[in-house]
Design a protein around this ligand. Structure first.
Ligand code: EPU
Length: 338
């Protein structure tokens, strides 16, 4: 394992933000983590694990600390019978390539998560979700290295405290390096079609297969989510805020056009952050020719070219203030700002 100083991260974040890491190491194998921790002096420095850089904002041009880039690869089928497949995937694998692999092999369940940029490790930290499915629905176990006591461990999905874009790896188990994720997938194809107008989109299709569903999902994403290869972005910038049902009554009296969705436990309502930002007029605001939100979805902030992390963070603050002033709602970032 090689350590680099002043290493450029510009190509390693989908926002295309110019940034350098004080120290950088590529982790291609579990043994690389052990080699890194043997260099005790580096353990004192702040540390982040970088997957595909698709959900991160480097707020400064220089990250003062160590960036450990996750490049651990490998897919292994652990169990297979007529009904299920248990598959272990290394955390540095590209998330969508894994989804495509599963769809092709008819390891069913992940179709609705097609097209999400990111790594397998990041998908678990964030409990990524789209079109009515979250990765937590299929995770069985997560393997990780714990920097607090320097050893490899495993945790059952039931202990991962998965919630909307949240897991234990964002809080109490932040100081870890996820190495592999074990998922249980299914031979029987049971499409999840309840989200938005998904049902409508497949209505003309005679025989729905996992691959066709993947293509439909990729089509919807293509229409709504700009390609980060064209304009730097990190997908949804904020989480969709949750409010109590009683708070929603007052809000909906004032703004009857607001879309609401029940949370999974049915106790609260979720608002569409994209709609709130849209209604504040941000689709028509471009900051210094550098930052704006996507015309197709105001929840996605885009770097038109040359924006710095600071520009992104300042624009985010502007959005938060505007949404707070108009609706009394606090937007929380979905991206990781470091
Ligand atoms: N809307 C507007 N104006 C906008 C954007 C959205 O009115 O500018 C409305 C839409 O018409 C729709 C509602 O808001 O009725 C929700 O929009 P959409 O279905 O596009 O979903 P979203 O809330 O913007 C969430 C996830 C996405 C995920 C989609 C589909 C979060 C933070 N984002 O977006 O995830 O792909 O649902 O399930 O939960 C990501 O996490 O990076 C991400 C892209």
């Amino acid at each position: 394992m090689l350590l680099y100083s002043d290493f450029s991260l510009t190509e390693l974040n989908t926002f295309n933000l110019e940034a350098k890491a004080e120290l950088y190491a590529e982790i291609s194998d579990k043994s690389d983590i052990e080699s890194f921790v043997r260099k005790r002096k580096y353990l004192e420095m702040p540390r982040i694990v970088l997957g595909n850089g698709s959900n991160i904002v480097f707020s400064s041009k220089s990250f003062k600390g160590v960036v450990l880039k996750n490049s651990i690869k490998g897919i292994e089928v652990l169990e297979e019978n007529e009904e299920q497949i248990v598959v272990k995937v290394a955390s540095g694998e590209d998330f969508d390539s894994f989804v495509e692999y599963c769809v092709k092999k008819r390891f069913n369940g992940l179709e609705n998560l097609s097209g999400i940029p990111g790594s397998i490790g990041g998908s678990v930290v964030q409990n990524i979700g789209a079109y009515g499915v979250e990765i937590k629905d299929y995770v069985q176990e997560v393997e990780y290295y714990d920097f607090t006591d320097f050893c490899f461990k495993k945790i059952n999905a039931s202990d991962c405290k998965f919630a909307y874009r949240d897991s234990v790896f964002k809080s109490v188990m932040k100081d870890t390096f996820i190495t592999a994720v074990t998922l249980r997938l299914y031979k029987k194809f049971q499409p999840v079609l309840g989200y938005g107008n998904l049902m409508e989109r497949i209505s003309g299709i005679n025989v729905l297969t996992p691959m066709i569903l993947r293509k439909v999902i990729l089509g919807i994403r293509f229409e709504k989510i700009p390609d980060y290869k064209q304009y730097g972005s990190a997908g949804s910038f904020f989480k969709n805020p949750e409010i109590t049902k009683s708070a929603s009554e007052k809000l909906l009296q004032q703004f009857p056009m607001l879309k609401t969705y029940e949370t999974e436990d049915g106790k609260k309502l979720k608002l569409a952050a994209g709609q709130l930002i849209d209604l504040c007029g941000f689709k028509n605001i471009v900051e210094d020719d550098k930052v704006t939100v996507a015309k197709t979805n105001a929840l996605i902030m885009i770097n038109l070219g040359g924006a710095t992390g600071k520009d992104i963070v300042n624009f985010a603050k502007k959005i938060q203030k505007s949404v707070k002033d108009k609706f009394g709602i606090k937007l929380e970032p979905e991206v990781v700002i470091c």
